[in-house]
Write a protein that binds this ligand. Structure first.
Ligand SMILES: Cc1cc2nc3c(=O)[nH]c(=O)nc-3n(C[C@H](O)[C@H](O)[C@H](O)COP(=O)(O)O)c2cc1C
Length: 360
């Protein structure tokens, strides 16, 4: 992929300390191996938010995914159904909900960034539902754009600027260019773009920035009343916030720091999980993401209190490397890694992971 697309995907904010903070804390979560348990076949099927998935992980929302690889959203949606895992479509993806709808079956979750008018929001919600997305994720950790220096240096601007640097980096990646030519669409945020053009604004502006609003508690309350499906709040790190969200009647809390893309001086997300679990009690569904690179990381998050784990960048690297085959390969690697590590612990159920944690 061209440098600007890679840097967009791979970078984090500031000095990128957030990435390392998450990685170090994940690595510090250890387990005690167990022996003489006979044949151990880990049960990976997971019931979560009223559905049974084949694996305890799914695909996190990634804006402009179709820029990373042409048609990435379609490839990911198809693979999610095939492997029976959830796929979250970002509101600032290249593909619209209608583009993905024919492929997503019952496994589609839609990610919503707060918009700047209630009227606009109310017109979006039925559209999302009609396209077959049964769970709504509201992302609350992006009060405004963050600075990602590598992305800036690679000249990825919004709206996109075509200059010698971007042309040169595309020319060096003919397979990426061909895939886009075959797809036949210019990468743009098709969902948000529809609302911009209907308001007489030029398409190919940065739709997200033009209609994005700031998340606040009142916004969340209104959304809760308007959306009758499962409502998931993504980007939670403080246990007080999690407790208040539970009181507001949300269905699920997604513990995440956007993998260091928004703020780099916060805590490691994995260390917040047990505190949030303690604050909301055993019954509130909790998702973890940020920094998952192995099946073992998924086990770490489940052991620390998550019910389900979402994976962001890894799925995009996979689709950019090998298209839909890359997605299958990644699912295989993650599942095989969980199976192998669970057998080292001598356990078959995810619920037993917490008991195997190394204690201080
Ligand atoms: C390139 C990129 C774009 C992203 N776009 C969105 C987005 O549109 N909406 C959102 O809620 N999160 C977005 N995220 C955050 C992911 O959903 C997820 O929280 C994070 O990537 C998980 O960490 P991981 O990449 O280490 O697995 C984005 C992340 C990346 C890397």
């Amino acid at each position: 992929m061209p440098k600007f697309a890679f840097e967009y995907l791979d970078s984090a904010t500031g000095r990128e300390l957030g990435l390392q903070i998450n990685r170090d804390a994940l690595d510090a979560v250890g387990f005690m191996p167990g022996i003489l348990q006979g044949r151990v076949e880990a049960e990976l099927k997971t019931s979560f938010l009223g559905q049974t998935f084949d694996s305890p992980f799914g695909i996190a929302p990634i804006g402009m995914s179709g820029l990373i690889w042409a048609g990435a959203e379609r490839h990911l949606a198809k693979a999610a159904v095939q492997h029976n895992i959830p796929y979250s479509l970002s509101s600032v993806a290249v593909a619209s909900p209608e583009d993905v709808s024919p492929y997503i079956g019952n496994n589609g979750w839609f990610q919503h960034y707060p918009v700047n008018s209630a009227e606009l929001r109310r017109s979006m919600l039925p559209r999302i539902k009609a396209a077959g997305f049964n769970k709504l994720i509201i992302t609350v950790d992006v009060p405004q754009e963050s600075r990602r220096e590598r992305q800036r240096r690679a000249n990825l601007t919004v709206p996109p600027k075509v200059d010698w640097q971007t042309v040169a980096s595309m020319a060096m990646r003919p397979a990426w260019c061909l895939a886009h030519l075959r797809e036949g669409i210019v990468p743009r945020m098709r969902f948000f773009d529809d609302y911009i053009s209907s308001r007489g604004r030029q398409s190919f502006t940065h739709a997200g920035a033009l209609i994005r609003g700031c998340p606040d508690w009142q916004y969340l309350r209104e959304l809760r009343q308007e959306w009758d499906g499962d409502l998931i709040v993504k980007g939670v790190q403080r246990s007080e916030d999690a407790k208040r969200l539970a009181e507001e009647g949300v269905d699920c809390i997604w513990v995440s720091n956007h993998s260091g893309r928004q703020f780099e001086a916060g805590p490691a997300v994995i260390d917040q999980l047990p505190k949030i679990r303690a604050a909301v009690g055993p019954d509130m569904p909790l998702i973890y993401d940020s920094g998952v690179a192995w099946g073992l990381d998924i086990m770490r998050a489940l052991a620390k209190g998550a019910d389900f784990v979402m994976v962001g960048r890894a799925f995009q690297y996979a689709v950019a490397a090998f298209g839909s085959k890359g997605i299958d390969h990644l699912v295989h690697i993650l599942r095989a890694d969980i199976q192998a590590n669970m057998s080292q612990l001598g356990i078959e159920k995810m619920g037993q992971l917490n008991d195997c944690l190394l204690k201080d």
